[in-house]
Design a protein around this ligand. Sequence first.
Ligand code: C2E
Ligand code: CA
Ligand code: CA
Length: 697
Amino acid sequence: MVMNQPNLPMDTDQPTAHPIRILVVDDDMSTRLTLVKILQKSGYAVEQAANGEAGLDCFKRFKPDLVLLDVVMPIMDGYETCQAIRQLPGQAATPVLMLTGLDDVEAIDSAFAAGATDFITKPINWPLLIRRVRYALRTFATAQALNRAQLRQHQAQEIARLGFWEWQVDDDRLYWSSELLKMFGLPPSPQEGHLSNYLGFIPQHEHARITAILNEVYSGKQARAVFQHPFMVGKNAFMLRVIAERDGKETVFGVIQDITDVYETKRKLEFQHYHDALTNLANRRMFTEQLEDVLARNEAFAVISLDIDRFSLINDTLGHKEGDKLLQMSASRISGALEGQGLAARMGTDEFSILIPQQNDSTQISQIITQVQAALAQPFRLGDQQIHIETSAGIALAPQDGQSVADLLNAAVKARLNAKKIGGIRFVFFDPEQQQDNSQRLYLESELRKALGLNQFRLFYQPQVDVQSNRIIGVEALIRWLHPEMGMVPPDRFIPIVEELELVHEIGDWIAEEAVRQAKEWHDKGLNIRVGANLSAQQFTKNNLAQTLHNIILKHELPPSCLDLEITESIAMQNPESALSTLNQLKSTGASLAIDDFGTGYSSLEYLQKFPVDLIKIDRAFIKNILVNPSDQAIVRAILGIAESMGMRVIAEGVEQAEEMALLKELGCHEVQGYFVSRPLDAEAAEAFIVAYNNAQ
Ligand code: C2E
Ligand code: CA
Ligand code: CA
């Protein structure tokens, strides 16, 4: 080791910026000068002082690496000077060699007491002097380097959050390093305890595992064990990595690293990797991995795909912040309703998937999904608004509906799309035969985009009969698509597609205009007929709907009372507050308003009362079995009662038999519409039918 660089750390070979400095303090000039000369010859930089006081001044300025200090001096003797040097900041260890008289034992003792490093006797043995100086410098350098290394080790341990314990197994004594105690904010003592004290910081369920590991290390079964365990100090939870080794015969030595941060980060990353940030549900990645797992186990299971009907519309009307809240609340309702029976994941904006493991019994699955959809059907409070949503769900069962993750997910999604086509809150099981493949859908889409321009749409009209007078007083306009190859396409097959496209507005405007034009034509012919037009959700939530309709009415000079606008109950109740204001605007055009498909949604009577609605259309679902199902009859009776109290008229839809009509008349229903009177007819046929029907009365 190169020892002439005492004030540099040991691990560097860089030369010092200055030579080693020595201060000589002696009042005897000849000794002093000889010392200076000899030391300079050996390559040291030397300064001198003739008494203690001057020596101390020189020390402060010169900052020597070593001091040679005479004991007996005027003004301030060597002892005093040495003490004064030791009291300077950072000067506890700079070597001070005292020059004492030979055999002056007392002087030597006093020198050490004053803080001297060593002594050199006078008269000076010159060859020895240089060795003593070098030795003192080397010792100092070594000590300093060791100090630095220790300091660094402490610092390194602190930075790395390292510590250790030593477990004396035979008498169960466990010694903690001070770093360890410091790391966890524990008091610095006692540093010794028992294994049980250590375990006291570790959750109970980990004790057996950790004791077993330590015993294996102790018994030699494992030479070295690396393991992790949680460590609880009060409310603070740490995660520790331990490297335990047997150290000596009776001790196990454990190096501890606090890896809480790493662990937390890793956990967070893992969580983020597998979870949806908005809802905290599993994400698509986690879901597909779980699917792969259950597939690999050859178990029976079910995959459900669920989404919120018209979510983008809700999102647009509510604003994205509230839309996000709605998704979060939906996610937690889904999880809640599952009651641990399945894994829920968010697959896309408003698309959720549910995996029900070890179960493909359709009755059981139906129960689960019914529960989920019922939970989502409850109103949502968002700010001061009450929102209702409807969901569509599709179910694929394994193994019958698919052998791969992709097949099963696709099957569930296809079933969901079918559910959506039917509408309302609904779930549908995947049916391979019913599948309309993607290419078919794309074909419909591209044909639909051309349909308006090619004048392929028609409005058909279905009569509505006043039960009391038995006269046709209205018609409902129902769209048809006359396609050159597909023939007449029913609205159920294309309206749901249209509603997902921007096209919905153009087509909606066309319907309104065509209905108004036809109404005006009939009006001018003296036919006193109200024409009802269906409004899609997209139209209903568009800002300028009332204005658009008003303009159309003005353009065609139609008495506005000849126009009736139908809005489904579920659209109106989705966001009743904003529906109320839209309905008021629509009402101001002079048109009458009808609530369509009534009874299938979740109407709030509070709002229904506020809505400026003229007509309630009872959904066909309640009419279909009205003759045989007393509860349907009761529902119709109740609806009639409500309508009566609110001064609204009621139309029963889907009346197919004379008996149904008779019963409805008896119950007090105002109007009926259905195949019993007539199927929807084109304008010409409808006109002829109305004239003939009313003339016959
Ligand atoms: P909706 O508004 O509830 O229309 C009533 C549907 O019930 C019509 O089917 C009609 O043909 C059918 N219907 C009438 N009486 C009976 C009956 O006695 N028995 C049976 N089984 N069905 C009967 P359509 O024309 O196929 O329309 C289906 C749905 O398509 C409509 O339901 C409506 O939601 C939508 N739709 C039709 N035309 C339009 C439109 O111009 N604009 C919008 N936005 N949607 C429309
Ligand atoms: Ca002297
Ligand atoms: Ca309708």
